[in-house]
Design a protein around this ligand. Sequence first.
Ligand SMILES: C[S@@+](CC[C@H](N)C(=O)[O-])C[C@H]1O[C@@H](n2cnc3c(N)ncnc32)[C@H](O)[C@@H]1O
Length: 211
Amino acid sequence: MYDRKRNLQAPFREAAGKGLPTLTPFRRLSTPSGGCEGMPRMSDKDKASGIREGEVAIELPKQFDASVYFIGRIHTPWKKREDCPKTARESDAVCRIEVDPRWAAGLKDIESCSHVVVLYWMDKARRDLVLQVPRHYGEQRGTFALRSPARPNPVAMSVAKLLRVEGNTLSVVGLDCLDGTPLIDLKPYFASTDAEPGATVGWHGKKTDPA
Ligand SMILES: C[S@@+](CC[C@H](N)C(=O)[O-])C[C@H]1O[C@@H](n2cnc3c(N)ncnc32)[C@H](O)[C@@H]1O
Protein backbone atom coordinates (compact mmCIF):
# COMPACT_ATOMS: atom_id res chain seq x y z
CA MET A 1 0.00 0.00 0.00
CA TYR A 2 0.97 3.61 0.21
CA ASP A 3 4.50 4.38 1.38
CA ARG A 4 4.56 7.53 3.53
CA LYS A 5 8.30 7.90 3.05
CA ARG A 6 7.61 8.96 -0.53
CA ASN A 7 5.89 12.04 0.82
CA LEU A 8 9.03 13.65 2.22
CA GLN A 9 9.31 16.53 -0.20
CA ALA A 10 5.92 18.17 0.30
CA PRO A 11 6.43 21.71 -1.00
CA PHE A 12 3.40 22.81 0.99
CA ARG A 13 3.46 24.14 4.51
CA GLU A 14 0.73 24.70 7.03
CA ALA A 15 -0.71 28.22 6.91
CA ALA A 16 0.11 29.80 10.26
CA GLY A 17 -2.79 29.45 12.68
CA LYS A 18 -5.32 28.32 10.03
CA GLY A 19 -4.37 24.69 9.60
CA LEU A 20 -4.73 25.13 5.85
CA PRO A 21 -2.11 24.04 3.37
CA THR A 22 -0.41 26.83 1.42
CA LEU A 23 1.87 26.53 -1.56
CA THR A 24 5.44 27.52 -0.87
CA PRO A 25 6.41 30.46 -3.12
CA PHE A 26 7.12 29.35 -6.64
CA ARG A 27 10.73 29.61 -7.72
CA ARG A 28 12.61 29.35 -10.94
CA LEU A 29 13.88 25.81 -11.37
CA SER A 30 17.62 25.48 -11.12
CA THR A 31 17.85 22.44 -13.34
CA PRO A 32 20.64 22.23 -15.90
CA SER A 33 17.99 22.67 -18.58
CA GLY A 34 16.86 25.89 -16.91
CA GLY A 35 13.39 24.61 -15.88
CA CYS A 36 10.48 27.00 -16.10
CA GLU A 37 9.08 29.96 -14.22
CA GLY A 38 6.21 29.28 -11.83
CA MET A 39 7.08 25.74 -10.90
CA PRO A 40 8.45 24.63 -7.54
CA ARG A 41 12.08 23.56 -7.20
CA MET A 42 12.67 19.84 -7.47
CA SER A 43 14.93 18.30 -4.85
CA ASP A 44 17.07 15.20 -5.17
CA LYS A 45 14.62 13.41 -2.86
CA ASP A 46 11.70 14.29 -5.15
CA LYS A 47 13.61 12.95 -8.12
CA ALA A 48 14.32 9.74 -6.20
CA SER A 49 10.64 9.37 -5.24
CA GLY A 50 9.46 9.48 -8.84
CA ILE A 51 8.00 12.98 -8.82
CA ARG A 52 8.49 14.92 -12.06
CA GLU A 53 9.52 18.52 -12.59
CA GLY A 54 6.47 20.71 -12.08
CA GLU A 55 4.70 18.20 -9.84
CA VAL A 56 3.69 19.20 -6.33
CA ALA A 57 3.12 16.89 -3.36
CA ILE A 58 1.44 17.85 -0.13
CA GLU A 59 1.65 16.45 3.37
CA LEU A 60 -1.19 13.98 3.81
CA PRO A 61 -3.63 14.21 6.73
CA LYS A 62 -2.50 12.28 9.79
CA GLN A 63 -5.57 10.05 9.81
CA PHE A 64 -8.19 8.62 7.47
CA ASP A 65 -11.87 9.66 7.60
CA ALA A 66 -13.27 6.28 6.48
CA SER A 67 -12.25 2.78 5.47
CA VAL A 68 -13.13 0.66 2.45
CA TYR A 69 -13.69 -3.05 1.94
CA PHE A 70 -11.97 -4.60 -1.04
CA ILE A 71 -14.76 -6.79 -2.46
CA GLY A 72 -12.61 -8.70 -4.91
CA ARG A 73 -9.70 -8.55 -7.33
CA ILE A 74 -9.39 -7.71 -11.00
CA HIS A 75 -7.33 -10.00 -13.20
CA THR A 76 -5.83 -8.49 -16.31
CA PRO A 77 -2.96 -9.38 -18.67
CA TRP A 78 -0.83 -6.46 -17.37
CA LYS A 79 1.86 -6.98 -14.73
CA LYS A 80 3.64 -3.63 -15.09
CA ARG A 81 2.10 -0.17 -15.09
CA GLU A 82 3.81 0.79 -18.33
CA ASP A 83 2.15 -2.18 -20.05
CA CYS A 84 -1.39 -1.16 -19.00
CA PRO A 85 -3.57 0.66 -21.51
CA LYS A 86 -3.70 4.37 -20.66
CA THR A 87 -7.45 4.28 -20.96
CA ALA A 88 -9.97 1.49 -20.76
CA ARG A 89 -10.93 2.03 -24.42
CA GLU A 90 -7.41 1.31 -25.66
CA SER A 91 -7.63 -2.43 -25.25
CA ASP A 92 -10.13 -5.13 -26.04
CA ALA A 93 -8.47 -7.64 -23.72
CA VAL A 94 -10.90 -9.77 -21.75
CA CYS A 95 -10.38 -9.21 -18.01
CA ARG A 96 -11.79 -11.16 -15.07
CA ILE A 97 -13.38 -9.57 -12.05
CA GLU A 98 -13.35 -12.02 -9.15
CA VAL A 99 -15.81 -10.99 -6.47
CA ASP A 100 -15.09 -12.31 -2.99
CA PRO A 101 -17.61 -15.15 -2.22
CA ARG A 102 -18.80 -13.15 0.79
CA TRP A 103 -20.37 -10.61 -1.58
CA ALA A 104 -21.42 -13.03 -4.34
CA ALA A 105 -25.16 -12.76 -3.59
CA GLY A 106 -24.89 -9.10 -4.53
CA LEU A 107 -24.26 -10.11 -8.15
CA LYS A 108 -27.88 -11.25 -8.57
CA ASP A 109 -29.31 -9.76 -11.81
CA ILE A 110 -26.02 -8.19 -12.87
CA GLU A 111 -25.90 -10.56 -15.86
CA SER A 112 -28.79 -8.54 -17.31
CA CYS A 113 -26.51 -5.48 -17.69
CA SER A 114 -24.68 -4.92 -20.96
CA HIS A 115 -22.17 -2.60 -19.25
CA VAL A 116 -21.07 -2.11 -15.67
CA VAL A 117 -19.33 0.74 -13.88
CA VAL A 118 -16.24 -0.75 -12.25
CA LEU A 119 -14.64 1.09 -9.35
CA TYR A 120 -11.19 -0.05 -8.33
CA TRP A 121 -8.40 0.96 -6.02
CA MET A 122 -5.12 1.95 -7.64
CA ASP A 123 -3.05 0.38 -4.90
CA LYS A 124 0.33 1.26 -6.42
CA ALA A 125 -0.38 4.97 -6.87
CA ARG A 126 0.98 7.76 -4.67
CA ARG A 127 -1.67 9.83 -2.90
CA ASP A 128 -0.01 13.14 -2.21
CA LEU A 129 0.18 14.88 -5.60
CA VAL A 130 -1.99 17.95 -6.18
CA LEU A 131 -0.25 19.12 -9.36
CA GLN A 132 0.91 16.60 -11.91
CA VAL A 133 2.73 16.56 -15.22
CA PRO A 134 1.46 13.51 -17.14
CA ARG A 135 4.40 12.08 -19.05
CA HIS A 136 2.61 11.96 -22.39
CA TYR A 137 1.40 15.60 -22.15
CA GLY A 138 4.30 17.32 -20.39
CA GLU A 139 2.04 20.06 -18.99
CA GLN A 140 1.19 20.78 -15.37
CA ARG A 141 -2.45 20.08 -14.39
CA GLY A 142 -4.41 19.79 -11.16
CA THR A 143 -5.01 16.27 -9.93
CA PHE A 144 -8.77 16.74 -10.05
CA ALA A 145 -8.62 17.75 -13.71
CA LEU A 146 -6.88 14.47 -14.57
CA ARG A 147 -7.75 10.78 -14.71
CA SER A 148 -4.34 9.90 -13.30
CA PRO A 149 -4.29 7.08 -10.70
CA ALA A 150 -2.34 9.37 -8.32
CA ARG A 151 -4.94 11.09 -6.15
CA PRO A 152 -5.81 11.36 -2.43
CA ASN A 153 -8.14 8.38 -2.69
CA PRO A 154 -6.84 6.37 -5.64
CA VAL A 155 -10.27 5.36 -6.91
CA ALA A 156 -10.41 4.51 -10.61
CA MET A 157 -13.50 3.96 -12.70
CA SER A 158 -14.23 2.43 -16.06
CA VAL A 159 -17.38 1.51 -17.90
CA ALA A 160 -16.77 -2.08 -18.97
CA LYS A 161 -18.68 -4.31 -21.36
CA LEU A 162 -20.02 -7.34 -19.51
CA LEU A 163 -19.48 -10.52 -21.52
CA ARG A 164 -20.61 -13.14 -19.01
CA VAL A 165 -21.05 -14.00 -15.36
CA GLU A 166 -19.97 -17.40 -14.05
CA GLY A 167 -20.52 -17.79 -10.32
CA ASN A 168 -18.67 -14.92 -8.71
CA THR A 169 -16.53 -14.17 -11.77
CA LEU A 170 -17.39 -11.51 -14.34
CA SER A 171 -15.66 -11.43 -17.74
CA VAL A 172 -15.46 -7.90 -19.09
CA VAL A 173 -13.79 -5.79 -21.75
CA GLY A 174 -12.74 -2.23 -20.97
CA LEU A 175 -10.28 -2.13 -18.08
CA ASP A 176 -6.83 -0.57 -17.78
CA CYS A 177 -5.44 -1.77 -14.45
CA LEU A 178 -2.69 -4.03 -13.20
CA ASP A 179 -3.36 -7.69 -12.56
CA GLY A 180 -4.53 -8.09 -8.96
CA THR A 181 -5.91 -4.56 -8.55
CA PRO A 182 -8.46 -4.44 -5.70
CA LEU A 183 -12.13 -4.05 -6.61
CA ILE A 184 -14.19 -1.64 -4.52
CA ASP A 185 -17.59 -1.54 -6.27
CA LEU A 186 -19.71 -2.55 -9.26
CA LYS A 187 -22.78 -0.64 -10.48
CA PRO A 188 -25.03 -0.95 -13.52
CA TYR A 189 -24.23 1.58 -16.24
CA PHE A 190 -27.36 3.51 -17.23
CA ALA A 191 -26.83 5.16 -20.59
CA SER A 192 -30.01 7.15 -19.97
CA THR A 193 -28.53 8.98 -16.99
CA ASP A 194 -24.76 8.36 -17.10
CA ALA A 195 -24.00 9.37 -20.70
CA GLU A 196 -23.32 13.04 -21.47
CA PRO A 197 -22.39 12.94 -25.15
CA GLY A 198 -21.80 16.71 -25.31
CA ALA A 199 -19.40 16.85 -22.35
CA THR A 200 -16.02 18.48 -22.96
CA VAL A 201 -12.67 18.84 -21.18
CA GLY A 202 -11.30 22.19 -22.31
CA TRP A 203 -7.60 21.59 -21.64
CA HIS A 204 -7.74 18.31 -23.47
CA GLY A 205 -8.56 19.80 -26.86
CA LYS A 206 -8.49 17.25 -29.59
CA LYS A 207 -6.25 14.79 -27.75
CA THR A 208 -7.75 11.36 -27.52
CA ASP A 209 -6.22 10.15 -24.27
CA PRO A 210 -7.83 11.37 -21.02
CA ALA A 211 -5.10 10.13 -18.60
C1 LIG B 1 -4.88 6.77 -16.32
S1 LIG B 1 -5.47 5.57 -15.18
C2 LIG B 1 -7.19 5.58 -15.57
C3 LIG B 1 -7.95 4.73 -14.61
C4 LIG B 1 -9.47 4.74 -14.81
N1 LIG B 1 -9.89 4.29 -16.12
C5 LIG B 1 -10.04 6.10 -14.52
O1 LIG B 1 -10.29 6.84 -15.45
O2 LIG B 1 -10.27 6.43 -13.35
C6 LIG B 1 -4.88 4.07 -15.88
C7 LIG B 1 -3.39 3.89 -15.58
O3 LIG B 1 -3.20 3.65 -14.19
C8 LIG B 1 -2.04 2.87 -13.98
N2 LIG B 1 -2.42 1.76 -13.09
C9 LIG B 1 -3.08 0.64 -13.42
N3 LIG B 1 -3.28 -0.14 -12.35
C10 LIG B 1 -2.73 0.50 -11.29
C11 LIG B 1 -2.63 0.21 -9.91
N4 LIG B 1 -3.12 -0.91 -9.37
N5 LIG B 1 -1.99 1.11 -9.12
C12 LIG B 1 -1.47 2.24 -9.66
N6 LIG B 1 -1.55 2.57 -10.95
C13 LIG B 1 -2.17 1.72 -11.77
C14 LIG B 1 -1.59 2.40 -15.35
O4 LIG B 1 -0.48 3.21 -15.71
C15 LIG B 1 -2.77 2.70 -16.25
O5 LIG B 1 -2.36 3.00 -17.56
